[in-house]
Design a binder for this molecule. Structure first.
Ligand code: FAD
Ligand code: NAP
Length: 342
C-alpha cells in the first residue's frame, strides 16, 4: 500500500525554471532516506522521473508514472580538521545550491565561491559536474552518497567513481536512472584559499567594486554581480541556463575556421579547442531573436528563454533550428546541455 499520497495530475510549472506547464501523473516530495526508500519500493513498477530544482531541464510532454522531488535537507561540518588546511562538509541533496555556497562562505570556507548563484540543488550538482568561471564541482568534491533505485541500498561514490568531465559524470551515462544522489561531501579550505580570478571579467569586477583584499566572499560577490548583469533571472524570464555545451573541436577544423573567421574566440582545451557556443549562435543570427514565446536571450545567446507561454516543443524546435544553422555555417554540431524530457 502507498503510504505517501501522491499529488495527482500536478502542474510542474513552478518546478522547472523554464516555466513549462506540463503535468506529473503522480508527484511526491521526499524529506528523508526512509521515505525515499519506501516510495521507491512502492512505485517500483512505475516509470520514475527524479526532480531537483528543475533548472537544467526541458519538459516536452507530461510525465507519466512517478515524479519524485528530492527534498532531503541538512548541511554540516563533518570534520573540522580533515587536513591541516581543510574541512569536510556534508550537504544533503535537497539543499538549494546557492544557499549552501553562501553558508560555506559565512563559515569562512573557500572553494565554492566561483560557483555562486548557480540555480538548482546540491543533489544534481555532480550529475553534470557544474562549472563556472574556471572552477568545477570536481575541484572540491570528496565523495557522494546515492541510493540505488532498484534496491534502496545507499553506496558511496569517490571522485574517480564519478568519472567527472566537462559538464559530465557517470550519472549521465552508465548509471543514468540507476541511482539517486542523496548527499555530497566537499573538501573546503580553512585558510590559504586558492582563489581563481583570471576567468572572464572577475578581475575587472573586483577592481570596479574597489576590492583590495581578495577572499572567497569577495570573489563570490563579484561572480554574483557579473551573473546578475548578464544572465536572465528564471523568476522573471524562464530559462535553464546554457542550453548547449561549448563545443570542443579538432585543431584541423579550428585552423580552417580561423582562416575564414579570424575574429572567432577560442580557448585551448588539452589537444582540442573550445569555441564559445554563444559566439556561434550569435554569428548564425539568433541572438535576441524571438519565435512566438520561444527565444534567444539578448545578452547571452547560449541561453534559450520562455517569454511566457512557450511549450517545451517550441523551445526544442528552436534549439534544433539553431543546431542546424550552426552546423551549416561552421560544420560544428552543438550538443544540448539541458536534460530534455523525455
Ligand atoms: P534538475 O534540473 O532538477 O535535474 C537535472 C538532472 O539531474 C535531471 O536529469 C534529473 O533527473 C537529475 N537529478 C536531479 N536531482 C538528482 C538526484 N538527487 N539524484 C539523481 N539525479 C538527479 N550549470 C552549470 O554547470 N554552471 C552554471 O554556471 C549554470 N548556470 C545556470 C544559470 C541559470 C540562470 C540556470 C537556469 C541554470 C544554470 N545552470 C548552470 C544549470 C543548472 O543550474 C545546474 O545544472 C544545476 O546543477 C541543476 O540542478 P537542479 O537541482 O535544478 O537539477
Ligand atoms: P563568458 O565569460 O562570456 O565566456 C564565454 C565562454 O567562453 C564560456 O562559456 C567559457 O566556457 C569560455 N571562457 C571564458 N573565459 C575562459 C577562460 N579564461 N578559459 C577557458 N574558457 C573560457 O561566459 P558566461 O556566459 O558569462 O558564463 C560565465 C561562466 O558561467 C562560464 O564558466 C559558464 O560556463 C558559466 N555559466 C554556465 C551556465 C550553464 O547553464 N551551464 C549558465 C551561465 C553561466 P565554459 O562554459 O567552459 O566555462
Amino acid at each position: 500500500m502507498n503510504i505517501f499520497k501522491p499529488k495527482k495530475n500536478f502542474s510542474l510549472k513552478a518546478y522547472n525554471t523554464f516555466g513549462i506547464d506540463q503535468v506529473a501523473e503522480n508527484f511526491i516530495s521526499v524529506n528523508n532516506l526512509d521515505e525515499l526508500r519506501k516510495v521507491l519500493a512502492d512505485y517500483a513498477d512505475e516509470s520514475l522521473f527524479v526532480l531537483g530544482g528543475g533548472s537544467n531541464l526541458l519538459l516536452t510532454r507530461d510525465v507519466p508514472g512517478l515524479t519524485l522531488h528530492i527534498g532531503l535537507k541538512g548541511k554540516e561540518i563533518v570534520d573540522a580538521d580533515y587536513t591541516k588546511n581543510h574541512v569536510l562538509i556534508k550537504a544533503m541533496a535537497g539543499e538549494v545550491w546557492h544557499e549552501f555556497v553562501l553558508w560555506t562562505l559565512e563559515n569562512g570556507l573557500g572553494g565554492l565561491e566561483n560557483l555562486s548563484l548557480i540555480p538548482g540543488n546540491v543533489g544534481a550538482a555532480p550529475i553534470q559536474n557544474i562549472g563556472a568561471y574556471g572552477v568545477e564541482l570536481k575541484d572540491t568534491f570528496e565523495r557522494c552518497e546515492a541510493m540505488e533505485i532498484k534496491t534502496g541500498l545507499v553506496r558511496a561514490f569517490s571522485k574517480t567513481d564519478c568519472q567527472f568531465d566537462y559538464r559530465h559524470s557517470i550519472f549521465k551515462t552508465k548509471l543514468k536512472n540507476k541511482y539517486i544522489i542523496t548527499a555530497v561531501y566537499f573538501k573546503l579550505t580553512k585558510q590559504n584559499h586558492q582563489l581563481k580570478t583570471e576567468y572572464g571579467t572577475i578581475q575587472a569586477e573586483l577592481a570596479q567594486q574597489g576590492v583590495k583584499n581578495q577572499a572567497p566572499s569577495t570573489i563570490s560577490k563579484a561572480v554574483i554581480s557579473i551573473r546578475q548583469q548578464k544572465l536572465p533571472d528564471p523568476k522573471i524570464i524562464g530559462n535553464s541556463g546554457s542550453f548547449f555545451k561549448n563545443p570542443v573541436i579538432e585543431k584541423a577544423l579550428f585552423q580552417s575556421l580561423t582562416d575564414k573567421y579570424p575574429e572567432m574566440p577560442f580557448y585551448e582545451a588539452g589537444d582540442l579547442i573550445k569555441i564559445p557556443a554563444a559566439w556561434l549562435i550569435e554569428q548564425a543570427g539568433y541572438k535576441g531573436k524571438r519565435f512566438g514565446d520561444a527565444g534567444v536571450h539578448d545578452k547571452q545567446a547560449l541561453v534559450l528563454v520562455n517569454h511566457g507561454n512557450a511549450k517545451g516543443q517550441d523551445i526544442l524546435s528552436l534549439s534544433e533550428k539553431i543546431q542546424q544553422s550552426v552546423f551549416e555555417k561552421f560544420g560544428i554540431q552543438l550538443t544540448p546541455e539541458v536534460n530534455i524530457y523525455p
